[in-house]
Design a protein around this ligand. Structure first.
Ligand code: ARG
Length: 481
């Protein structure tokens, strides 16, 4: 059920205990082992003078201590989610009254309620009356951007400031039920460090597939477009030839990027760029894609205008972000190649209603007026033609944690709630190349599971306020009663 009063949500600790114990560092067992080894070495020296019995007692006690510690870490943490209705996104159906068994963060069994074997140590969580779904994912976010940092304000944001925002935004995103995000561009590889901090258990956040720094042309969107004059000599990360572009791809790989993002047209929010204009030649785009694929990285291109979209499709990108003015020919090519379209059809509402107050320049507002509605119409055309549709929102341009607002737009423009949910789960997982690990509630996959008390297949807006969030078997939110 959608909650209207945010403050009624129960307090959830930022970092569940289980994660803290996973933090890197020597465990008690390590200390005991070192202690025991030193004692055993000492024992050779003292053998003749100390009573053997005394030593044996010491050794036995220490071995027993190790056995207990070893046992407690060997005993799997088992959780049973009891009696919820489970949406099977792979089949497009709902399974009524199911139990899901989770061990060490992995789904180990699913069955009709009451049918799964458990022990008395199994933690049971009552899910009766709730609808369970795989954790949601968003194929296009910027965790290190805040939604009120537009226009001139952006000039005051340092990379450390952006990273700190990322900590807050990562938690908000996870609590909104988004357990995986693809972060398509961040200053100074701050998204990669964010990913590390989350994976090492320092902070709470979604799984991150990070692009690091996006690649653009001189003066281009995600290159070094700026409102500053020539004298300021802004040093961006622009690349202006196939080989420079390849070098940027290699550098991104070197600093930990999981995916490559480049900008193939101008943008709405970048100053002095034209949304219709292609950025990078086809030759440069091919170089980027070739280099990235050689390094086993997928490629996402930012593109609004038709020529840039078509060239990027020809170059073999894995997803086209925005795809705002994709032509019928572009859609055909995307369908033929199986290229994903990641169309952020909610964000326009935010930019046009709240953008000005958030600092968006008039120049950008004008571009958004040009592109917003067309993008929705092209979304409908692409979906009807059978293109693979990702769920990507550009959160960061608008507030993090409200990523689910796009569901109702996707339904308004032609999808069923199930199809929109499939895009945000198994669809995105396949685009990410992680369909073996995430994207559906299936035995062997990570226990990334969310729940709502209403039925999102009746009203997809239920997903705007989730009641339960589990990632890797750890519960981050449980507001079910
Ligand atoms: N980051 C994008 C850009 O600056 C935002 C575009 C948002 N507008 C839209 N209709 N999707 O181009």
């Amino acid at each position: 059920m959608a909650r209207s009063d945010e403050s009624s949500a129960p307090h959830t600790p930022t970092l569940p205990q289980r994660q803290k114990r996973n933090a890197v560092g020597p465990s008690l067992k390590d200390y005991v082992t070192v202690f025991l080894e030193s004692k055993l070495r000492l024992s050779e020296f003292y053998q003749t003078t100390l009573s053997i019995g005394l030593l044996l007692m010491l050794k036995t006690t220490l071995l027993a201590a190790i056995a207990v510690i070893g046992l407690s870490s060997a005993v799997a943490e088992q959780t049973l989610l009891v009696g919820g209705d489970v949406i099977d996104v792979e089949r497009g159906t709902t399974m009524k009254s199911q139990d899901i068994l989770i061990q060490d963060g992995i789904i180990t069994a699913i069955g009709v309620t009451g049918s799964l074997p458990t022990t008395e140590d199994t933690t049971r969580i009552d899910m009766a009356g709730a609808t369970l779904l795989p954790g949601l994912s968003d194929s296009h976010v910027h965790l290190t951007s805040n939604s009120n940092w537009h226009g001139f304000r952006r000039l005051t944001i340092s990379t450390p400031r952006a990273a700190i925002a990322g900590v807050v935004n990562a938690e908000a995103t996870l609590m909104a039920g988004f357990t995986t995000v693809r972060n398509l561009g961040a200053p100074g590889f701050s998204d990669i460090d964010l990913r590390k901090a989350i994976d090492e258990g320092d902070i709470a956040g979604p799984r991150i597939i990070g692009a690091g720094q996006a690649i653009g042309i001189t003066g281009g969107h995600c290159g070094d477009a700026t409102v500053l004059p020539y004298e300021a000599q802004v040093k961006g990360r622009a690349a202006d030839s196939p080989w420079e572009a390849r070098q940027k791809v290699r550098e991104n790989k070197k600093y930990g990027a999981d995916v490559i993002k480049f900008c193939g047209t101008g943008g709405v929010l970048s100053p002095n760029t034209t949304i219709n204009a292609q950025q990078f030649s086809l030759e440069e785009m091919k170089a980027i894609v070739d280099e990235a694929h050689a390094l086993d990285l997928k490629v996402a291109v930012h593109a609004h205008g038709p020529r840039g979209i078509y060239s990027a499709l020809q170059a073999g990108v894995d997803s086209v972000e925005h795809s705002s003015m994709i032509t019928d020919e572009g859609i055909d090519l995307a369908v033929e190649q199986g290229t994903y379209l990641s169309m952020d059809i909610y964000v326009s509402d935010f930019i046009l209603s709240e953008g000005e107050a958030a600092g968006v320049l008039e120049e950008s507002l004008a571009k958004e007026r040009q592109v917003g509605r067309v993008q929705r119409e092209r979304f409908q055309a692409a979906f009807n033609a059978g293109a693979k549709m990702a769920y990507g929102t550009d959160a960061g341009v608008y507030p993090h944690g409200t990523n689910a607002r796009q569901f109702s737009k996707m339904v308004e423009w032609g999808m069923s709630p199930m199809q929109a949910i499939q895009a945000a789960t198994i669809g995105n997982a396949t685009l990410f190349g992680r369909e073996d690990q995430i994207g559906s509630i299936r035995v062997g996959k990570a226990a990334d599971i969310i729940a709502v008390t209403g039925d999102p297949l009746q009203n997809v807006r239920e997903l705007e306020d989730v009641d339960f969030v589990m990632k890797d078997g750890t519960v981050y939110l449980n507001a079910l009663d």
